[in-house]
Design a protein around this ligand. Sequence first.
Ligand code: NI
Ligand code: MN
Length: 226
Amino acid sequence: MKFTFLGQSCFLIEFGGKRLLTDPFIHPDLKTTQFSITDLKPDYILLSHGHGDHVQDLKEVLQKSNAILISTYELVSYYEDIAKGGHGMNTGGKYKFDFGVVKLVSAVHSSVLPDGTYGSNPVGFVIWNDNSSFYFAGDTALTMDMKLIPLTCPSLDVAILPIGDNFTMGYEDAVIAAEFINCDQIIGCHYDTFPPIEIDKTLAVAEFKSKGKTLHLVELNNSLEI
Ligand code: NI
Ligand code: MN
């Protein structure tokens, strides 16, 4: 698996021979560079909820790609006129795609689209195939529901967890989340993009290390292969 960080909760993930893009929000610093949305060419987009810091660039990515949108039924319906394809789901359900199985899991947060349209309950994603697995938590608080993931899904190789606090769990709670999901390799997201979610990265990394876990903080437009 290869994870390229594009800002906030946006990752381009190479998985099962396909390109999966999560919560399209390209960091403003990247937009001032040679970065091109046309070059992203995702096969699928995973959308966790409707907040602006997750859908900011979704329309443009849908217009400039042939990506299939995977999200809740409500969010897929909202974008059906722009998307070339969509697959609506809901919490607790799983479906086998050509790259692997996608299961929607609970996230404790809120969700509304920028124009005020109801954004469905927020969700996280657990994704696996015969070779690898990961969890993309979306925006969420620490929740006991995370303990269901090891009971209902194959063991996780990697998890992308929000660590910026204020709008989601902070890194202290994310360490407990990592324990709940039995995962040692964590990629942090949803931090440092705006002042309320700025964190002390050294302390965050140390907190995970103290529990025998690794927190990867991938630089913008850089990749991590696991
Ligand atoms: Ni949010
Ligand atoms: Mn957010």
